[in-house]
Structure formats: C-alpha cells, structure tokens
Design a protein around this ligand. Structure first.
Ligand code: ZN
Length: 320
C-alpha cells in the first residue's frame, strides 16, 4: 500500500512543477496563491485532519510544536503534534500546515531532506513546505537516519535500485552483522563500526547544513525508520559494544552527534527524559486506532507526543 500511495501522491505534481511551486512559495503573493489551493472542499484529507484536530480541541488540549513545548511553561493539557514528512507526504503536509495557520495552532514538520535519492529529487517539494511556514506557528525539523542514509547515498552511491535489492536480500543482514561485530568485509568494502559512525555523522551534518540554508533556526530532529535501520537496530541490540550503548533507539544518533551539528534535541531524547510525562508516540501501524485511543488517554490530562504521517489522512491509514 505504501508504494501505491507514494506513486499516487507524487504523480499529482511533477518534479518540474514542484520547482515552479517552490519559486512561487518564495514570494508573499505566491504563498497566498498556494494557500488558496486548499480553500473549500477540494481535498477530502483536510476534512479528516480537521476532525482529528477536533479530538484535541474537545479534550481542551493545546496543540504545540516541539519548539513551543520546550520554550513554554509546563502545561499538562498540551499535545506536541509532529509530522514526519517524506517526499510522498509533502502535498498533504502543505494542507495540514495551512490548516494549522487558520486555526492558530503550531506543530513541527520533520522533513526527510536528502535522506535518499528520491528525497534529493524532491528537494523543491520540501523547500515549498519550508517557505510556506509562517515563522510563528510552524517549526521545521529534520527527519533523519544517518546510517541508513549513508548506506543509500554513499555505500550504494545513490543507486537505490541496488540498495533496495540488497536490503531485501539476506546479504543485508550478513553485511550489517559484519559492521556491528567489526569482523570481516562487507559486500561494499571494508567498513568498521567507527567508520560508519564517522561517515554517518558527516551525513547528518550535511543534511543539517542543507536544511539550515532554507531554515536557519533548525533545532530538532526525529529519527526515520526504514528497512535498513530496522535491521540494523535488531542486530545492534544484540551487541555488547559499550561505545554505542547510549544510542537512541538504535538509529545511531547520539546526543553528541546532535550537539556537534548544533541541534538541540531529538524527539527520542524528550521521550527518554520525560518518560513519566510522555507516554505515547504513535507509529503508523496503529494510526488507524488513534481516533479511538486518543480521547481516553487525553482524559488523563497528561502531555502527549503524537506522531503523524501526513499522507495517512489521504490514503486511508488514518480514519477519522
Ligand atoms: Zn520516516
């Protein structure tokens, strides 16, 4: 389903059209023009998003970005709503952002900038989303997974066909085991864990720098989980290597790596430091149940972090 959704969503707007839209979004008049596209009932997914937001309004919960949550006084009736935006999510994310402006609420959009070759192709789509931010309500963050991104963009040189064939073969597990245990040779050459760590730090720094060129106040990141990351996570959890014991969720992003790039925090850090307060991060697998599960949780009156994938409102994963 994800593959079909990806194609459906991306085929709505071509890469060239995104280029023109991004240029439009760089001007005040252009931004009004783009916002007007989402007027009226043209996009049914926006109706679903409105109903979703009503769940929080009815529970008397304020919707906040991660930045505003961090800056504000502790408030038990608030929800940090953040969106992981892959290239196939951008059209929906734009609609959500404009709806947020209309409601005067703020949320965080984590963009998958330069994560994989397709994200490089759709830079103008991400650029459009960043330009459409009003500087008050929206926060832009980076959605990243440095090791999987390093694999796709560097170990496989941006050849995603080769990468995807590899990740779906038993060779992937063998190669990643070599990296995790530090023994032997991978199918793409000699790679030590330390080298992977350093290379992925460079990738993260490059992604941060690229987003910062568009959005100077970039402060937060959220981990992106893909097949390579999940496999690596599963393998890495079995190792005893103390050097990497503090890795967040096994995605090979340490607090030190974030600090070196000038990032304040990751969503995972908040979750870890505030385990008593932040108890639910919602993954796409349970997105369909969110509308049913959220009201009783909100009734408990504690802050919540809620993860959303914008395309979920359009492709039927999230039924509100
Ligand atoms: Zn993701």
């Amino acid at each position: 389903m994800a593959g079909k959704s990806l194609q459906d969503s991306l085929s709505l707007i071509s890469v060239d059209q995104w280029g023109a839209i991004a240029r439009l979004a760089a001007t005040e008049d252009g931004r009004h023009e783009i916002a007007a596209i989402f007027d009226g009932g043209r996009f049914p997914f926006l109706e679903a998003y409105r109903r979703f937001l009503n769940i929080f309004a009815e529970a008397d919960f304020q919707v906040r970005s991660l930045r505003d949550y961090r800056a504000g006084a502790p408030d038990s009736r608030c929800v940090v709503l953040y969106h992981d935006v892959h290239c196939w999510d951008v059209l929906c994310a734009l609609g959500l952002m404009i709806e947020n402006h209309r409601r005067g609420l703020s949320s965080t959009f984590f963009v998958n900038w330069d994560f994989a070759p397709e994200d490089v192709v759709y830079r103008d789509a991400f650029r459009t989303l960043i330009h459409m931010g009003d500087g008050v309500h929206d926060e832009i963050g980076l959605h990243a997974a440095p090791v999987p991104s390093w694999l796709r963009m560097e170990a496989f040189g941006g050849d995603d066909e080769a990468f995807l064939a590899w990740v779906n073969s038993s060779q992937a597990e063998e190669d990643l085991k070599v990296i995790v245990t530090g023994n032997g040779l991978t199918s793409f050459g000699v790679v030590s864990l330390q080298e992977v760590h350093e290379a992925s730090q460079c990738r993260l720094a490059a992604q941060v720098e690229a987003v910062r060129a568009e959005y100077p106040s970039l402060a937060h990141m959220n981990a992106h989980g893909d097949d390579a990351g999940r496999l690596l996570n599963r393998l890495f959890n079995k190792t005893e290597d103390v050097r990497f014991r503090d890795l967040h969720c096994g995605f090979f992003v340490t607090e030190e790596m974030c600090a070196a790039c000038g990032l304040q925090d990751t969503v995972m850090t908040y979750q870890r430091r505030n385990a008593a307060l932040i108890r639910h991060i919602w993954e796409p697998q349970i997105a369909a149940d969110m509308p049913r599960l959220l009201p009783p949780l909100l009734a408990e009156g504690e802050p919540r972090f809620v993860l959303n994938h914008p395309l979920g409102f359009a492709d039927g994963r999230l039924k509100v």
